[in-house]
Design a protein around this ligand. Structure first.
Ligand code: NAP
Length: 255
């Protein structure tokens, strides 16, 4: 489905990351990939993973999305290697531990700013420099969670950040549509990853979702990977500005 297409995936921290499941799905569909992780120190670990599990050798890059120069350098390297981009996957979020452990009311000013910068503004920052490489249109996908719309105990500032992220998806989709660039979000059900474990009582998210979701189970990273593959491919060419739920149907329930 993605033979001849190239893209970049941001947010692979380890083999539990949703970005890793996404990378595997896109690789198996034949895409040429650049994979970005936050720091050089992760590159060796990711290199081992990619050598063991991917069909095609990806371009591995380090990029802290808080640093405009690192983002610019990343796109220079992608331009040199591929000369174009067809899709971008943004699978990045962060909030400080104190702000996830305390109450939402007590969120610090700095903590609020940091969560919004890394979890929301970074989508704009990485999209802006990708656009010149998306000469034949493109697909941009970010990852969100239902805590954007509902009160989820302990999700705190991250819920507010996800609400802003979903709004950013609509604004970007509106602005970039005329260039043939689609922007969508996947709203994933809870999956046990490094970031997820930073949320207090995360296991109750898993238990509640499995108990209440119409499909009566949790979702897997592979299901998020497959939905991302759909959004990167031409099969989804008529879809933009959308929040698509990969949550076994949990979002339609009353609780
Ligand atoms: P994850 O593996 O911890 O991925 C989060 C990624 O964000 C990590 O690679 C992390 O890098 C990166 N990141 C944080 N700050 C960064 C920065 N300044 N620059 C560059 N990268 C940075 O956890 P995940 O669950 O797969 O999360 C991926 C996305 O899915 C997030 O947007 C999350 O909110 C969303 N999501 C997750 C779930 C879930 O239940 N897991 C459900 C719905 C949505 P480091 O590890 O190096 O800091």
């Amino acid at each position: 489905m993605l033979e001849g297409k190239t893209g970049v995936v941001f947010g692979v921290a380890n083999n539990h990351s949703l970005a890793w499941s996404i990378t595997k799905a896109l690789d198996s569909a034949g895409a040429g990939l650049a994979i970005s992780c936050q720091g050089e120190r992760f590159i060796n670990k990711i290199q081992k993973l990619t050598a063991e599990h991917l069909k095609n050798k990806p371009l591995l890059l380090a990029c802290d999305v808080q640093d405009e120069q690192q983002i610019a350098r990343l796109y220079e390297q992608i331009d040199a290697a591929f000369g174009r981009l067809d899709f971008l996957v943004h699978s990045i979020a962060f909030a400080s531990r104190e702000d996830l452990e305390g109450t939402f009311l007590q969120t610090s000013r700095d903590g609020f700013r940091l969560a919004m910068e890394i979890s929301v503004y970074s989508l704009l920052a990485v999209t802006r420099l990708a656009i010149p490489l998306m000469r034949e249109g493109g697909s941009i996908i970010t990852l969100t969670y239902l805590g954007s719309r509902r009160f989820m105990p302990h999700y705190n500032v991250m819920g507010v950040a996800k609400a802003a992220l979903e709004s950013a998806v609509r604004y970007l989709a509106g602005e970039l549509g005329p260039q043939g660039i689609r922007v969508n979000a996947l709203s994933a059900g809870p999956v046990n990853t490094l970031s997820a474990r930073g949320i207090r009582d995360f296991s109750s998210f898993l238990h509640t979702a499995a108990a209440k979701a119409p499909l009566q189970r949790n979702i897997s990273g592979e299901e998020v990977g497959d939905a991302t593959l759909f959004l990167c491919s031409d099969l989804s060419r008529g879809i933009t500005g959308e929040i698509i739920y990969v949550d076994a149907g949990f979002h339609i329930t009353g609780t």
